[in-house]
Design a protein. Sequence first.
Lengths: 256, 865, 328
Amino acid sequence: MADVLVCVKRAPDTSGEVVLTADGGSIDGRYAGYSMSSHEECAVEIAVSVAGDTGGSVTVLTLGDDDSVEQLRAALAVGADEAVRIDATADDYGPADVAAAIAEVVQARAGEGRPFDLVLVGNDAADTGDHQVGIRLAHLLDRPVVAGAQEVAVSGDRLEVRSSVSGPTEVFDVPMPAVLTVWEGGVEPRYPNISGRMKAKKARIEVLEPSGAPRGSGRLGLRVLPPPESNVEVLGEGKTAAPRLVDVLRELGVVR
Amino acid sequence: MSTSSLPDRCDVLVIGAGIVGNSLVHHLAELGWTDIVQIDKGPLPNPGGSTGHASNFIFPVDHSREITDLTLDSMRQYDEMGVLTTSGGIEVARTEERMEELRRRMSSARAWGIESRLVTPQEVAEMVPFLDPEVIVGGFYTPSVGVVDSLRAGTIMRESAQARGVLTTVANVEVTGMTVTEGRISAVQTDRGDIEAPVVVIACGVWSPRLARMAGAHIPLTPAVHQMISVGPCAQLAEKPGEISFPIIRDMDTFCYERQHGSDMEVGSYAHRAILHEPDEIPSIAQAKLSPTEMPFTEDDFDPQLEQALELMPELLGDERAEIRYAINGLLSLTPDGAPVLGETPEVKGLWSCAAVWIKEGPGVGRAVAEWMTHGNPEIDLGHSDIARFYPHQRTRAHIRARTSEAFNKTYGIVHPSEQWQSSRPIRLSPMHASQRELGAVFYEAAGWERPQWYASNEPLLEEFGDAVMPREHEWDARWWSPVINAEHLALRARGGIVDLTAFAIFDIVGPAALDAVQRIIVAQADVAIGRVVYTPVLDETGGFRSDLTVMRLAHDRFRVVTGGAHGMVDQKWFADHLPEGASLVDLTSAYSTIGVWGPRAGDVLGALTDDDLSPEAFRFGTCRLIEVGDLSVLASRISYVGEFGWELYVPIETGAQLWERLIEAGRPHGVVPVGIGVYTATGRIEKGYRAYGAELDAERTLSETGMERPKVKDADFIGKEAVLAQAGQPPKAVLCALTVDDHTSASGVKRYMLGGEPILGRDGEPLTDGHGHHPYVTSAASAPSLGKHVLMAFLPPEQAVVGTELAVSYMEELYPVTVASVDATPLLDPDNLRVKGRYAELEQSGTGSTATGAPVAAEPVGVA
Amino acid sequence: MSVLVLVEPEDLDDLGAGLSVVSQEVLTFARSLPGDEVDAVLVGAVGQPTEAVLAHCREQGVRTLHVSPDARLERYAARAWARVVDAAAEAGGAAYLIGGGTPHGNEVLAHVAAARSVPMPCNVVAVVQSEPLEVERQVVGGAVLERVALGDGAGLAVASVAGHAVAPQAAPSPGPAHVAEVDVELTDADLAAQVVRIEAREGGDTSALTGANVVVGAGRGVGGPDQFDDVEALAARLGGAVGVSRVVTSLGWRPHHEQVGQTGSRIAPDLYLACGISGAIQHWAGCSSSKTIIAINTDGEAPMVTKARYAVIGDMHEVIPAVLEELS
């Protein structure tokens, strides 16, 4: 039985052209909306399947303001059992602060006799891309950590973790309790169904006050780079373009 | 492959390639335009506007005839293009109150000739097996409901115009500015160069206000969110082939719809709070996640609807395998009064608006506006959609936001025909407003004006007149109504009444060519003596009504036009558009206050305040002149819309309150009381058979159908003359009649009173059809307290337009017997017009004057031919 | 005061290929930092570094190349590798520690930063000022640059450098590239998360859209449910899978599991060949990670065309058969 904590962050969706807030201090999601990152969606998927396979539970945690409840409910809607929100302004927190805040929750739960066997975070958040919260967390908890985890299988108290983010598939075998930073691509996150949404809507969200002031991320400001120009090369019109197209296919190595 | 280079000039530039722009270019091409350019800032075929995410279903029945006609025309066009799939549709009711509304919808369906029927929960479940019949009490089924492929339709229409070689469409072009030269649009700037065009159409949906502003014009609409989710795959849907196999459900009480889309079920909602956006704050195509008009979904707003949808379709939507894969806050356009915004902008000549149009009306609007642009006379009257209808305050952001917020939840709401707006009030106050408040006026709003509908101070009259006030038993019939209106009516007929008419729109036509101008615009003879008042129709080229109004000749070169407030802005534009050199228009609406005083004692009341000779012989009907009311200078005009002796009194708005106080004071000893607009616009006129523009009169009606044909047509040329001459002597295809309700008793024993819009049928419920192929319906309904009858006006087929014909009216799906009481709008009360003439003594002597004699006397209500 | 650079080989299994391009870029970048000397540390390579590695180090002006002799470090174990890097920084008296913003680079550096409780900005592209240190770094895949202050400057300054932030350039004068061994006492905890084996990447399964190396996409332009023959033939010929747009599944022409887009699968094949797909944003969200996109479309201004690397303007039902014939 593996009890899993999965950490998510409400972040502006960045699949479109990025828009900044008026003060240039953060990315604005007013057009594209806010969501957890794809990495985190996969982390939630892994959490739900690991808990399902082992008869364990999933707790979803976020650090954010009241709006971030939406992301907790999104996780609840696809199968998380409990939700906890650390009531804070995410922009005030640097990666070390976030790791410390998560560690505090993990330790408190261990103290209550309900420890988490597995803590999942996204490899990096869509808006800050820090690539380090999970690792800092592992150091604070003194647990092993695998970054870039894409597929996870539990056998007994060990995890078999696969990651293809550096090219070939690296297979890890780590003991629990452990921390994984999840990278998208290994699992297909499920969509919520209506009953899941109804359940999520009714679920109670536990709210925690943060202890201590964050040190911050050191962010001074943001600027957006202009999008790249179209560099399309038109190979021709109609069937007369076929030979040229086949040449390109050969250059790309998809046909020999 | 689209042409990528932008032409540098064209005859007409259509901005927008959504359903509206595409329909428009098609119909312009059909009507012979040969140099059309269409641009859109997005890519084709889906440029990213509201068309791209529309749910694309069409329910044809609407309470508005204009919208229904546009929808039916659109459905015909979609069908011809092969993009209409008929699925049937059911509006379901969860409550008895809603069921009553569905019965009312049946009235509209019958009136507009659309096949529909009420169905039981079991019948609904047979058609839609995954719907829980326990949740509903019944439904309103329309077999012709269908879904369309609006993007495909757009492409087909665009390509049809391209195939004629008259249309160049360029995608990915953004408009950056507009050039207006001497009040006319002359060119449009884009990010790919300028284009000169004498005519430009803004068909940009939610972006339209932004575009209009570039030219200094206003298109009063706001982008608003409509939420929709798609749930699937659903096993019961997946096993059926094609896009749609089950009727679309509108869950009217929860403001939701459920529409099959392949193996998915789309659930849409109008129940959430009104979420308004700013046209300037819509993301660009690149910034948007899906498209600019598919905004991020806000789950909290939708959750309650999800629960209700689940209640209705528990098995289908509750299936664990059916996932929510797509959820958007889709942007659509809302207007302050819910109607589209069509026509040439009043601010800029040549700049047209074709906005706030839904998928269901798109092709019909495209056709009608193209006709309007081409020859000025759309076959379907667009009177309620005319962009010219907005007063300046109605174009403000605050007004638009307030009214659209209030209106949003009326999308599926039960809206009483007399329901009043709550927001953005008060705006326009007459100078006697404070006095009216003291009198306990109940204010209704028209064109922003606060007008007393009736006065609580007149409640004691209820006792005086007893049952003659015709009290109404049913809450719906009595909603937004008071028996005090009928008591005021009886007081007016017995003694007299004082009516605040400050809401009139007033403008002067002045200058050396003023006579030519007015002569050319109105039907009646304008070359009359100074001091004459002329009541006249105003027609379009086809002989359809543009308006009816009065004109006072004040000087050889000055004519004063007085018309209703609601339609005043449109009338002003019509006059302004048709002025020759040497005539100009001066708007005096805000300069004058108008007070009417009418009734047997009207002469006594006004006479107590002036030394002028007010006798009917000295102050003849249809004349006007300045009189002195003490130290006030007053323009008095002897006409009447209530069928009584008396005057409309015009004073500078700053002296209006003084005149009002003096009249009220002078009226008191005579029992003459302030009377509300409930009498002026309904009971008073219906007893006299006076028609109202927008109800009996519109562009689809002719002089002969409305009984307004005169034996002689004036020699001078005027707009519509050819049509009038052509119609002369032709038997009308329908005839305006007044009917009285013979028995009001419903099956439950409660007496019911029709409010307007109901179908007129044969005595046994068989449908009637007039020479246009239309079915008769009630254009106006009101109490006629002096007759003790409830009177309905309707255009009947000529065979039925005979006094004494026994017919029926269908109200809430019950038949009530009615009898034709007059034809050609002959007055039911006082057909000899003794009252108007001030010959009350003769009335007393003959002891008649309260009912029609049947004599075919064509009484001219106000003015001379 | 020196700068230590974590370098990675071009190929972990073949050190004869020298250093990765990104590592050469980072060494170049290191010279823009206010350090006197540039040192490097290479972990995971047992034994003496190859001549190719040393050549790259000399070219980049490296003073000392730190290596570890511990055989247990051959397989990737981020925390253990970080111990070596940390020791090398200690040994060389480094003020700055930087490496490539690669998955391994970021992970190892994060371990060092975590162990030392110092900040670590990722994907840095430039040093804005050195006193106090401010850098600019990429976020959101490089679409946005963030300016970050790194505090008081006490302790080791750790950062990863974004790929292609600078072009690799030889140092003004070559460095000696002395090889120094770093000896670290590794604990079990350091090695608790270590690669136990490497598996070849799976591929060639045409039914799994997300795993396919080539995806042939089809949109409304196909025309109807019975018009997919040439699309399927092309996918088969290229050893790929068929993917479709939302409208195609909405119309019931193809099953949902073939849908690419916001509401379907997100794919990242080597080649995405989009046929008759206009490229609505919702579709783009699902295919934008493809390495190369070729669009076949009748509309030369369709977003799919302008965003593609290559395009053929024309009817897919003419072009695809011609391509198949060309290939046969």
